[in-house]
Design a protein around this ligand. Sequence first.
Ligand SMILES: *Cc1c(COP(=O)(O)O)cnc(C)c1O
Length: 501
Amino acid sequence: MNQAEFNALCVAPSCTLREALLRLNTMARGFLMVLGEDRRLLRTLTDGDLRRARLAGLSDAALVLELPAQPPKVVNEDATAAVVLELMDRHQIDHVPVLNAQDHPVDVVLRRELSQRIWLSSPHLGEEETAFVEEAFRTNWIAPLGPHVDAFERELAEHVDVGHAAALSSGTAAIHLGLLLLGVQPGDTVFCSSLTFVASCNPILYCNALPVFIDSEPGSWNMSPQALERAFESARRKNCMPRCVVLVNLYGQSADMDALLPICERYNVPVLEDAAESLGARYKGRASGSFGHLAVYSFNGNKIITTSGGGMLVSSDAALIARARKLSTQAREAALHYEHVGVGFNYRMSNVLAGIGRGQLRVLDERVRQRRRVFERYQEALADIPTVRWMPEPTGYLSTRWLSCFALEGEGAAAQCNVLMRLMERHSIEVRPVWKPMHLQPLFRNAPYFPHADGVDVSRQLFATGLCLPSGSNLSEVQQDRVIAHLRRALSSSVDTRALA
Ligand SMILES: *Cc1c(COP(=O)(O)O)cnc(C)c1O
């Protein structure tokens, strides 16, 4: 509900029962809030309350304040959806006012909202997945190999215009193999974007290597070329060059490859592109994930297309991908008996899941359009709120808007983010902060870090003031309007204190 509706639900104790009944009828929410002079909530008023007043002999002209007192069931601003729902069930009510620290009602939670949670990014199946999965069943290809695995690899490689692809059990597994293929060994250093999901760098630890984290730049939220340059200079001085750079393409958008890749080339260090979040994105006409020596995609349940769980390692180097396939199947040598020279892993994708992937790949371009549409609707609906700064999409980039993200500007932005997140949570809308940067994680507290500039920590600032909104390609306009209405109320000034009946 918007602010005007919220205000219209508030009446003064001096209003008559008839006025209250009329207001209930026009508002059609089933309840009103009765506020005192000081805007404190005196009680709620439902159809049932008015019916009982009638039966008790009160006339239409009686005043609301003549009704028997009834302390309202309320929650404070910290209440989660679960707490609100418990209160509703206990008292058999369908709406709960939310009070601020001054006991003023600032919000109302409706039962209807709580039964329809809005997710950040949920799976969205197309028409063909079941047919592929049924084919896998019918032909008894229920194994981590088979025709769907081969076809999914071919079709994905073609889609992103990269020569070769290996289908794996997860994006994390793909990063792990990528690091091994680039020769990462215990004690090596690996550069990695700090603003990312931990899966980008957990595999660095699997290799017993040492991550060095690189900040973001404000223009794309991805790796800062300035910070990368300084990290390389420092590594050269210490004679401790990284084995590779894990370059992350965040939230559906490529990093600035034209600025970053020449730096890596100059130092002769290969790039592992983490395109887990950016399948479908483009940079100056080329697919995100087609820039690194190796690149990784993820098909986890929350990604733009999904196999429920899965990943892909791609490269223009056929030999690298052939080695990835071998490493992912226990590094078995070409012999009838089981011969092993090196250590291997069980990282291959199942043929059943590859069937889902083939169906999903057919709707990828549509999913990109749908996610971008979701983003545009948010942008249009909040265009008049000057403190909202959307994740930029520089010229020449095509973001999938896998997640619609913004950072708040101005004084108190971080506190406002927290208020906003709690508000969304009690309305059962999943909103998340921007990734907590790796250099701020206890897991990596000893890792070196290179900020964008002296005293300018871009990723830390984005974490403090940035939020990700529900962005699924299957988000309905009605659901999205629900998100927008709450956002607008939270981001515009708090309750309008004038409009009392
Ligand atoms: C999801 C994700 C991964 C890991 O993919 P999984 O398939 O979940 O293992 C890696 N990097 C980033 C940036 C991701 O968002």
